[in-house]
Design a protein around this ligand. Structure first.
Ligand code: MG
Length: 387
C-alpha cells in the first residue's frame, strides 16, 4: 500500500449539531467525534498513515488534548487552523514543508468518523495507477430540485466527501490559488485543470453537521457494539472395533474392548464438537480441514481439530459460551467418566466445567447403536460474537 500522511481538519467552531462545545469535541457514546475519526485510521484493517496531524483552533487546545489522550497513532503537534476550512487546510499543507512533492497527503474532515477502511484503501490504490488527486464521493440518489421548482438532473451528480488524497506538490499548487469560495481541496485542484479521480464511497461516511446527524451517529455506534449469539451443532458416528484395547472420548482414554475404528484417534465426541464449532462460522466441517484421505491425520489426536476450530472461531471474534455433548449408544457407560471428560474438555476449551454438558442415552436396543455396532455423538455449542 502507498505510504501517506494524514491531515485532519478540526478547526471549526460548529455548534449546529447542538451542545455547547464544537461538534468535533462532543462525545459520541463516551468518545469524542475527533477521536473516533482518528481511530478510524489506526484500525488493523486500515492502511496506516506515516504521520497524522490535526489542524485545530488554538483556543480548543484543552478539548484537543482530551480527545487525543492515549491515542496510539503517529500524531504530530497540531497545526493552528485559520478562519475557515480552506484556510486551515492551507496552513496544514504549509506545515508539511519538509515533505517532498511526491508525498501523498490525505485531507479528512474531523466530523466524518465513519470512513471505511476499504474506502481509504481504494483511494490510495488510485495512486498506484498514477493519478495525482482522488476523492471519496457518493452518487446522489435523491431527486434534486431548486426552490424555484427547477429539477436538476442527478445523473452526473455526486456528493463529495473526504478523505481527499493528493500528491503534495499538486496540493501546494492548488492552495496558491487566491482565496475563493472553495469548500474542499479537490475543487481547488480541479480549478487547476487537473483530473480528480472519483472513488465511490458509502453514505455512512457522512459529515456530522446537525443535531439529527448527531442522533444518527449515536444510533450507528450503538448498533455497532452489538453482541450476537450463534449456535452450532455437530453429529458423528464411529464403528466399534471389537479388538480395540482403548477408546478415546472427549480426550479421555476408556479401557476396552471395544475401541472405535477411525482414521484419527476416532474421538467421536471431539469430532461432533469440532463440527459444532465450525458450524457457527459457516466454515464447513471437520473433513474440510482434516480430510481422512490425508495420511498426516492418521492416528491424530483429535484435540488438534478442536484447537483449529477454536482458533478459526476466535479469528471471527467469537467466544465459546458453553458446549453440550450427548453420546448415543449401548456402551461404554459414560457416567463413571463424566467428570474426567468435563475436566479434559475444560482444559481443551478453556471453559469452566459447569459450561460443559456430558450426557448419554441408549436407543433402547434399536438401530445400529442398539445392535452395538458403533457409538454416535452429537454436540451443540453457543458462541458469543461482539461486533
Ligand atoms: Mg469422526
Amino acid at each position: 500500500m502507498m505510504p501517506y500522511h494524514l491531515l485532519v481538519v478540526a478547526g471549526g467552531s460548529g455548534v449546529r449539531a447542538g451542545g455547547d462545545i464544537p461538534k468535533q469535541y462532543r462525545l459520541l457514546d463516551g468518545v469524542s467525534v475527533l477521536r473516533r475519526t482518528l481511530d478510524a485510521f489506526v484500525r488493523p484493517q486500515t492502511p496506516a498513515p506515516e504521520s497524522i496531524r490535526v489542524a485545530i483552533n488554538p483556543k480548543h487546545m484543552d478539548w484537543y488534548a482530551a480527545a487525543v489522550q492515549g491515542f496510539a497513532g503517529p500524531l504530530d503537534t497540531p497545526v493552528a487552523g485559520g478562519a475557515d476550512r480552506d484556510e486551515s487546510v492551507r496552513r496544514g499543507v504549509e506545515s508539511f514543508e519538509s515533505l517532498p512533492d511526491e508525498a501523498i497527503i490525505l485531507v479528512h474532515d474531523a466530523a466524518r468518523p465513519f470512513v471505511r477502511p476499504a474506502d481509504i484503501g481504494a483511494l490510495l490504490a488510485c495512486f498506484e495507477k498514477g493519478c495525482a488527486a482522488a476523492t471519496l464521493a457518493t452518487p446522489v440518489a435523491d431527486t434534486l430540485r431548486r426552490t424555484d421548482g427547477q429539477t436538476v438532473g442527478r445523473t452526473d451528480l455526486w456528493a463529495v466527501q473526504t478523505p481527499q488524497a493528493f500528491r503534495l506538490g499538486l496540493l501546494r499548487r492548488a492552495h496558491r490559488i487566491p482565496h475563493g469560495s472553495f469548500t474542499d481541496d479537490a475543487g481547488r485542484v480541479a480549478t487547476l485543470g487537473e483530473a480528480v479521480e472519483w472513488v465511490a464511497s458509502s453514505p455512512e461516511n457522512f459529515k456530522i453537521t446537525t443535531a439529527d446527524d448527531f442522533a444518527l451517529a449515536e444510533r450507528m455506534i450503538k448498533s455497532m457494539h452489538r453482541t450476537e449469539f450463534r449456535m452450532g451443532s455437530g453429529f458423528d458416528v464411529h464403528a466399534f472395533d471389537p479388538d480395540g484395547r482403548v477408546m478415546r472420548l472427549c480426550g479421555v482414554a476408556i479401557d476396552g474392548p471395544p475401541g472405535l475404528k477411525g482414521h484419527s484417534d476416532a474421538d467421536v465426541g471431539l469430532h461432533a464438537l469440532t463440527d459444532a464449532l465450525l458450524g457457527t462460522i459457516g466454515a464447513g466441517d471437520i473433513g474440510t480441514f482434516f480430510p481422512p484421505s490425508d495420511p498426516q491425520w492418521k492416528g491424530a489426536d483429535s484435540r488438534v481439530f478442536i484447537a483449529h476450530a477454536l482458533s478459526l472461531v476466535g479469528r471471527h471474534g467469537g467466544r465459546l459460551v458453553n458446549a453440550d455433548i450427548t453420546f448415543i449408544g449401548e456402551t461404554p457407560r459414560i457416567a463413571p467418566h463424566r467428570s474426567a471428560m468435563q475436566s479434559a474438555l475444560s482444559e481443551i476449551l478453556r471453559l469452566p466445567p459447569e459450561r460443559i454438558g456430558i450426557k448419554a442415552t441408549t436407543t433402547e436396543g434399536l438401530g445400529f447403536t442398539g445392535r452395538r455396532e458403533g457409538l454416535a455423538a452429537q454436540a451443540v455449542v453457543s458462541i458469543e460474537f461482539s461486533t
